[in-house]
Design a protein around this ligand. Structure first.
Ligand code: SAM
Length: 218
């Protein structure tokens, strides 16, 4: 694929419309909307598909994976309540688009991807775009214990259950956002660590993610 990094008036205009669309779908967090308005999503697409980049759809990025739908990215980001300086663990780097949104929100991001091709691409593309994250290649279903604890953890693939091991990597007061269900659909689950051994769990809307594959997953 041939990637180009030009952000012209057409793409900027399409991005503004996408932000308005997401507001219309109920995204209220101004910082999340601003971040969506800043990150050039078409940079993650071959130029042939730039006309698809600001539609509210998931899109194939190779290796059987997808760049998440903008609404899903905004929804998960809103639930995380990212504050500047938060240490955030992201499971499933994929294209790196969600990573860029977290960085725009001021997070220090640790992100892990299990597919080598996607990992190789993001470690080149994101720094080129001016985004600095800590990238890891491997099975993120166990989290990344070496760098724990985290203020926030976001999983961007569908899990069969909440991996206990990741809950232990969350700070007290921290927020964990993970889609949980079967292969066809998952409920967005938010877990807040309210005490050393106390967790509050809320189940929200239904989504459809590619599967989280690994030791503590499918
Ligand atoms: N956040 C991504 C984006 O904005 O493009 C979404 C990518 S896609 C919906 C989910 C990603 O999770 C895929 O790239 C997939 O390879 C990855 N994945 C699945 N299981 C994983 C695991 N155990 N560890 C790390 N990454 C995993």
């Amino acid at each position: 694929m041939a990637y180009k990094f030009i952000d012209n008036y057409r793409e900027r205009g399409a991005r503004k419309k996408l932000v308005e669309h997401l507001k219309g779908r109920g995204i209220e967090d101004q910082k999340v909307l601003e971040a969506i308005g800043k990150v050039p999503r078409h940079f993650f697409f071959d130029e042939t598909f730039w006309n698809q980049a600001y539609r509210d759809i998931a899109f194939p990025i190779g290796d059987g994976q997808t760049i998440s739908q903008p609404y899903t990215v905004a929804y998960q980001s809103e639930l995380l309540h990212v504050k500047r300086g938060d240490k955030v663990l992201e499971i499933g780097t994929g294209s790196g688009y969600q990573t860029c949104i977290l960085l725009e929100l001021g997070a220090e991001v640790y992100t892990i991807e299990r597919q080598e091709n996607l990992y190789q691409r993001t470690i080149q593309v994101l720094p080129y775009m001016g985004y600095k994250a800590n990238f890891f290649l491997g099975d993120g279903s166990k989290g990344i214990a070496e760098h724990a604890p985290y203020d926030k953890i976001i999983v961007t693939a569908g899990a069969p259950f909440v991996p206990e091991i990741m809950l232990k990597q969350l700070k007290v007061g921290g927020i964990f956002v993970i889609p949980v269900g079967d292969e066809k659909s998952q409920k967005m689950v938010t877990i807040i660590r309210v005490g050393e051994n106390d967790f509050d769990r809320i189940e929200l809307d239904t989504f459809r993610f590619v599967p989280l594959v690994g030791d503590q997953a499918w």
